[in-house]
Write a protein that binds this ligand. Structure first.
Ligand code: 4AD
Ligand code: MG
Length: 463
């Protein structure tokens, strides 16, 4: 018989139906009178299905009574109205098949609650816990919401390359891709001769799909990417990964205001989608992870985000009665502590900060008339800080070339990108949303390592 998902059985409550389910045993409880209760979870929802196994099953004594937490089972039986509290229906087993047993001495998920630190050391098994199952389902729902939002608005989903020769953010925090032998690399004038490498020139993993997305926006109008990006920065924080997923819309004929509008509509859409589709998991996060997470999302859907310029933000921060680790004055980078102070202590809501000094932003941002600031926008949220970074792009050939020279970026490496400013250039804008930071914000999970299945961070690649 075809396998039914537990989520569907619990939702449809078809009493009397004969079904087959399969999953992993969470707990087993023997009862007086020749039967036992098995809590079975198949990952389709947070809740378990209660299975009643009776003595009359042929393998009751030899197998069913010896079942251990973590074992994989297939169960066929009849859906019954449940007399017990906590569930509407339960499954009375006709056949229980043990598919894979678990040695109780070595299975690490015996206790009800483990620390997240410990669970990170068993990343292959942590999806079998309530928290990581809920994270995986919410992450899935948010991914779907991302596509739905952009598809409904006519954006084209674009697959930008993972291996590139450019450094979009100009921060130099890149992983090199090479087939050269590190200890026997060919040298030319004392330096590695990359003309001998696979691509004939240096290559790296992409830090952003933006540059390529711009090429397609300047042909298709509105595009978006949603893929993995890589940063070799040595940041050991609860908000940084070396491999993370980014959502990057890019729009032709769109200025900074249109960009801000899209970013806020997008976040609100995702929040309502999750509240609508993931009620049970969100209630779980509210109860066990962050009591404010559901209220926060509900409030944000109807609330306007505050918008202010970098200059205004610096004025507020320099008057703040708060001792920051990093001092504030015009021209400084806005640090996570500043972002959080503004969101949490001053405005109590997400913020859109715009018009940053050009000295602290990448080469591609459009320079304002003051020649000092650029049309940048960062969206900051409480607890996380920056969740989105974006800008209107420099669309004037000469200004862009001057900027690159100013920053000592070799224009030869960006010929094609510059050329987009020569042939039918147009105002265009876009942003990048850190997908894991969004999942963190929605679920209230405090460490980014716990919202991606197999986190990559400095010194950690064991899974
Ligand atoms: O602000 P960033 O560096 O912007 C860009 O890469 C632009 N090219 C995007 C664009 O305009 N198309 O990164 C965008 C977002 C950040 O706001 C942050 O949420 C996330 O990506 N991010 C990271 N998330 C996890 N780990 C890291 N190491 C991250 N670095 C950036
Ligand atoms: Mg940024």
């Amino acid at each position: 018989m075809k396998r039914s998902r537990i989520v569907n059985i619990l939702a449809s409550q078809e009493v009397g139906a004969t079904v087959t389910v399969a999953g992993w045993l969470r707990t087993k409880r023997e009862s007086k009178g020749g039967f036992c209760f098995i809590e079975l979870n198949d990952g389709s929802c947070l809740r378990n299905l209660q299975v009643i196994a009776e003595e009359r099953l042929s393998n009751y004594r030899e197998e069913v009574l010896r079942l251990q937490t973590g074992s994989a089972l297939r169960v066929s039986g009849t859906v019954l109205e449940s007399p017990g509290r906590g569930q509407a229906v339960e499954l009375r087993a006709e056949v229980i098949e043990l598919l894979g047993e678990t040695d109780p001495e070595s299975y690490p998920l015996q206790k009800k609650r483990h620390s997240f630190e410990f669970l990170r050391t068993i990343a292959h098994l942590r999806p079998r816990t309530n928290t990581f199952g809920a994270v995986a389902r919410v992450r899935n729902a948010i991914s779907f919401a991302v596509h739905r939002f952009f598809q409904e608005r006519g954006f084209i989903y674009l697959h930008t390359p993972i291996i590139t020769g450019s450094d979009c953010e100009g921060a130099g925090a890149m992983f090199r891709v090479t087939t050269l032998e590190l200890d026997r690399a060919p040298l030319l004038d004392g330096h590695v001769d990359f003309s001998m490498d696979f691509f004939g020139s240096p290559a790296n993993l992409t830090v952003s799909g933006q540059l390529e997305a711009e090429a397609y926006a300047l042909a298709m109008g509105d595009v978006y990417t949603f893929g993995p990006t890589f940063r070799a920065e040595n940041s050991n924080t609860p908000r940084h990964l070396a491999e993370f997923w980014m959502v990057e819309p890019e729009m032709a004929f769109c200025d900074l205001d249109g960009n801000v509008e899209l970013a806020t509509d997008f976040l609100k859409f995702v929040f309502s989608y999750v509240l609508d589709q993931c009620r049970e998991d969100m209630e779980f996060f509210k109860r066990f992870i962050d009591p404010t997470c559901v209220d926060t999302l509900e409030k944000l859907i109807s609330q306007d985000f505050e918008r202010l310029s970098y200059t205004e933000a610096v004025q507020i921060l320099s008057k703040a009665e708060e001792s920051f680790e990093f001092p504030v004055d015009w021209g400084c980078d806005i640090q996570a502590e500043h972002e959080r102070y503004l969101c949490e202590k001053v405005f109590h809501r997400p913020l859109v900060l715009t018009d940053y000094p050009k000295t602290i932003k990448p080469f591609y941002m459009k320079v304002n008339r003051d020649k000092k600031t650029v049309r940048a926008m960062d969206v900051l949220v409480p607890k996380i800080g920056e969740i989105i970074g974006g800008s209107q792009r420099e669309d004037d050939y000469q200004t862009l070339l001057d900027r690159m020279n100013e920053l000592e970026i070799n224009p030869d490496a960006y010929r094609w990108y510059l050329e987009l400013r020569k042939f039918g250039s147009a105002p265009h804008s876009g942003f990048g949303l850190g997908f894991e930071r969004l999942v963190q914000f929605v679920t209230g999970m405090s460490n980014i390592r716990d919202v991606i299945p197999f986190p990559r961070t400095p010194g950690n690649i064991s899974f």
